[in-house]
Design a protein around this ligand. Structure first.
Ligand code: ATP
Ligand code: MG
Length: 599
């Protein structure tokens, strides 16, 4: 890295490299999708480390999802050839970072070293039993407490009672992972100074999705006009308004740090010009604000009679794209470019949905065609029963005393005696996490409780952890929920929200209907602009091929809907799109042919 030719450092273009070169002071990189913001961010870290301007351990890089953190780590490992150095960089989600702060300062909050984490599913249980209320009310109260912790609502008496209860339980909840470090740094000069000294270079990707509490936490970590804080974002991709995120923090950055370097990147290395223009149309922007690499083929639009037919269309199109039979005819005179040269593998394809309810029809069609797929962002098996009860028990065993663990046992309706508790604690000290887990299963659960394959996967996860605590934290932080293996030979299926930051050769967006995009099936209030940006994020995940499909009627969660086409599609210029019609096909699809493609 040290002797790298500056002009080609890490394959960056001059615009990107200019952002890398400003190593000192605050800076803001603001640019559209695929312009290399994340690449520039990793490049800047590699530049700092490679030129010995910063020690790897003084660098903190923050992302929003576990998946993004994994990707960033991977990119850094390939840029910084020295593995040890690369691993010394702290790459974490806001929540994982907050957890590490609490591991150091738990005593300031009257917690023990072994504090437990209450995940989102357990919180309503605690509230329900604490206030003796019904579960619907408990959920409402839980989200109110969440708003209080995020600083968007004032404190209430029931909030205080809940906080006392958490302290009694020796527990933090997930909102505490931001709220408590913020409180710590705001109130304690020593803790703040320690962190300023520890992390002298801070990076934040996807800055547009920062919420109020996260923004304030960042302000504590980098309060000075000279702080080395580098944030990267795109206001057009802000899609977490419903969680209190606010793209105006991008503007505020320039006010908070008046001397900040502001860098804009104008060339998109991901999407074809056609895809860029069509997505810009959706935002009602001028098509030319970003420069694409190639002109590309038109965006494919297809309207199907039902949700099942739409899913079938997508499954067949997938089979066709990876080299199978041809099912469709294109209703257009000109087709620019050759589409089949680009799709080599199923991992190049993604299906992005507005809601998870759409997954059912799509996975069925994919299975019918023997197309392997991986669902990203769905709740993994280990966060559902019987694993939830199982991990609840493990949390209880890690508490100080039997008395303290009792409320957790009763929440989970588990009968554990005083002597069993002590025995378990003894075993916990003696055994490795994975062996302890096996022991607990044998002692407290009947043989048939767990499916064998799931239990095995659970043990493999536990086997990768250094300690039981690390394993429980991993589960509570939702790590794994957004795990995405991009080397797996499978089509990716995920929500539009989960697709942020990712890219694929070919993207399908089903459900382009008014009601799904914009989404208002079960609610009346809808932020139409945010919905537009969400579609924009989805469309700009595509490098070469993009399919926008809709159905005239569909069934979701057992209810039938007849929805008109999404108004967002109407804003796309005609010359950028091609309509795809189903070919009448007489012969049924041959099963053998399908099998040989993928097995
Ligand atoms: P998003 O807004 O979606 O997060 P981004 O701005 O972070 O996008 P990256 O993911 O960093 O963009 O880059 C998009 C793609 O373009 C990646 O495949 C990346 O490797 C490639 N790329 C970026 N800059 C260059 C460059 N200078 N030369 C070649 N490829 C590049
Ligand atoms: Mg990015």
């Amino acid at each position: 890295v040290k002797n790298a030719d500056e002009k080609t450092f890490a394959g960056l273009n001059p615009e990107q490299f200019a952002a890398v070169e400003q190593t000192e002071g605050p800076s803001l990189i603001i640019a559209g999708p695929g312009t290399g913001k994340t690449k520039t961010l990793t490049g800047k870290i590699a530049w700092l480390v490679g030129n010995h301007m910063a020690r790897p351990e003084e660098i903190l890089a923050i992302t929003f999802t576990n998946k993004a953190a994994d990707e960033l780590r991977e990119r850094l490992e390939s840029l910084i050839k020295n593995k040890t150095k690369a691993n010394e960089i702290t790459v974490a989600t806001f929540h994982a970072f907050g957890l590490s702060v609490l591991k150091e300062f738990y005593h300031r909050f009257q917690r023990s070293e072994n504090f437990i984490l209450i995940d989102e599913a357990l919180r309503p249980d605690i509230i329900r039993s604490l206030f003796n209320i019904k579960s619907g009310e408990a959920k409402k109260l839980a989200s109110e407490i969440s708003e209080i912790k995020n600083g968007t609502k004032p404190e209430t008496p029931s909030f205080e009672k809940y906080e006392e209860e958490l302290q009694k339980l020796d527990a933090f909840d997930l909102d505490d992972l931001i709220a408590k470090p913020l409180q710590l740094f705001t109130e304690n000069e020593d803790a703040r100074a320690l962190y300023h000294q520890r992390f002298s270079y801070i990076f934040v990707d996807e800055y547009q999705d920062t919420n109020h509490a996260q923004y304030q936490l960042l302000r504590q970590l980098a309060p000075y006009a000279t702080s080395n804080l580098c944030v990267v974002g795109d206001a057009n991709q802000s899609v977490y308004g419903f969680r209190g995120a606010n793209a105006t923090y991008i503007q505020r950055f320039a006010e908070d740090y008046p001397g900040a370097g502001v860098f804009r990147l104008t060339r998109s290395y991901r999407c074809s010009q056609t895809i860029l223009s069509a997505s810009a149309n959706v935002l009602n922007h001028d098509s030319g604000f970003l420069e694409g690499l190639t002109e590309g083929v038109q965006v494919s639009i297809s309207e199907q009679p039902t949700g099942a037919a739409e899913a079938e269309f997508i499954a067949r199109q997938v089979v066709e794209l990876v080299g199978g039979v041809s099912f469709f005819s294109i209703d257009s005179e000109v087709t620019k470019g050759d589409k089949n040269d680009t799709i080599g593998s199923l991992s190049d394809l993604a299906i992005l949905c507005r809601t998870r309810n759409q997954f059912e029809a799509i996975t069925k069609a994919l299975r019918d065609h023997h197309v392997p797929y991986q669902e990203v962002g769905t709740i993994p098996f280990f966060r559902e029963e019987p694993f939830r009860s199982f991990t609840g028990l493990l949390e209880a065993f890690s508490m100080k005393s039997y008395k303290q663990a009792l409320p957790l046992f009763s929440l989970k309706k588990q009968t554990v005696t005083d002597s069993q508790f002590e025995w378990a604690q003894q075993k916990m000290l003696e055994l490795k996490p994975v062996l302890f887990i096996e022991w607990v299963k044998k002692q407290f659960f009947s043989k048939e409780t767990f499916k064998e394959a799931e239990w095995e996967r659970f043990c493999i996860l536990a086997g990768e952890m250094d300690s039981l605590r690390a394993f429980l934290d991993f589960l509570a932080l939702g790590a794994g929920a957004d795990m995405h293996n991009h080397r797996m030979e499978a089509v990716s299926l995920m929500t539009l929200h989960a697709s942020k930051g990712l890219e694929f050769e070919c993207v399908f967006i089903p459900g382009c209907e008014k009601g799904l995009l914009p989404y208002n099936l079960y609610k009346t209030e809808v932020d139409v602009d945010e919905e537009k940006r969400l579609l924009y994020v989805g469309m700009t995940r595509a490098k070469k091929l993009l399919y926008l499909t809709s159905a005239r009627s569909r069934t979701l969660r057992g209810r039938r809907f007849q929805l008109p086409k999404s108004p967002f599609l109407q804003s796309i210029q005609q010359e950028l799109i091609q309509q795809i019609k189903n070919k009448p096909h007489k012969k049924p699809v041959e099963k053998d042919n399908q099998l040989s493609l993928f097995d």
